[in-house]
Design a protein around this ligand. Structure first.
Ligand code: MN
Length: 308
């Protein structure tokens, strides 16, 4: 899915201070992608990345009708993986590798952009009903980001019970349940369904984490409630205390701190203005770098570069 990162998200404010063990709570920012309103949990000015996770949009709940659903025309990416995960609905993915794949709830579409890829997200044409999900990006490290694009559809994901919570593993491993998803840096991504009550969720102390509330009310170490706020337990924790009066669902995202400085703009994850400017120019010029995708939707032009 397209994830236009604009100036509102783009001010880096990295601090060299060690992260506190306390839980930091950030409200999402409302943004627009195509015709959809989304809740952007990452990046925020205060929090650029969680491990290599560099972008988190929640969309829906919404309705898919004759008139619409998710319809995001062809657009390019570089230097990232897109991880698409649905709670409800269906979306048709097409890309410049020739992939044509409908995704349904409980599955993952994992696209690797590498040096460059183009994709579109379309209505299936026949699906009517609810639509809700998450669009996540993972920054690729220098070792792989210049490599070829790739696409994988993971139709079945492993799950495990953690103290009564049903954990479906999208990326990485939780409690011995390991996803087959490619990961270029150590990561975890999981859909956690919490029944009513209190529990301790184990965390990897080497990882940064984000807990993104999807549905229900959730207290993280006694803080936060409602939908879409994100809690960031500090590095060094081996667990985090969760309480939900009526049950909740959240994304658990984590990874080793990403040591490379990112420059994110529009749909590009790079390292420098020159690099991103060149990718934008090549997309606008229709050069071969990104290939072509077969889609009935309109190609999305790059917006003007903010530094020109
Ligand atoms: Mn996209």
């Amino acid at each position: 899915m397209s994830g236009p990162v604009d100036v509102a998200d783009a001010t880096a404010s990295e601090s060299g201070d060690p992260e506190p063990l306390v839980v930091e709570v950030l409200e999402p920012r409302e943004a627009t992608v195509g015709t959809m309103t989304v809740q952007r949990a990452l990046p925020r000015r205060q929090r650029r990345t969680v491990g290599a996770w560099c972008f988190v949009d929640l969309f829906g709940p919404a309705s898919v009708t004759e008139q619409g659903g998710v319809d995001i025309g062809p657009h390019p990416h570089i230097g990232l993986h897109t991880v698409t995960y649905l709670l409800d609905g269906q979306v048709l993915h097409r890309d410049s590798l020739g992939s044509e794949q409908v995704i349904r709830p409980g599955q993952v579409n994992l696209m690797t952009a590498g040096h460059g890829v183009v994709h579109a997200e379309e209505p299936t044409g026949h699906y009517r009903g609810g639509m809700q999900g998450a669009q996540l990006w993972v920054a690729q490290p220098d070792g792989t980001r210049g490599g070829p694009p790739d696409f994988a559809h993971l139709a079945e994901l492993p799950s495990t019970d953690v103290d009564g919570a049903l954990v479906t593993v999208l990326v990485g491993a939780v409690d011995g349940a390991a996803s087959p998803a490619r990961q270029d840096t150590p990561l975890v991504g999981a859909d956690v369904r919490l029944p009513a009550g209190q529990r301790e969720l184990p965390l990897d102390p080497a990882y940064q984490h984000a807990l993104v509330v999807l549905t229900g009310g959730l207290l993280v170490e006694g803080r936060l409630g409602g939908r879409a706020p994100t809690a960031h337990p500090g590095v060094g924790r081996t667990s985090v205390g969760l309480a939900s009066p009526e049950g909740a669902r959240m994304l658990l995202l984590g990874g080793e701190p990403f040591g490379e400085e990112l420059l994110m703009w529009w749909n590009f994850v790079g390292r420098s203005r020159d690099e991103v400017s060149e990718a934008s120019r090549q997309w606008q010029a229709g050069e071969d770098r990104f290939g072509a995708v077969s889609s009935g939707l309109r190609r999305i032009p790059a917006p003007p570069l903010p530094w020109n």
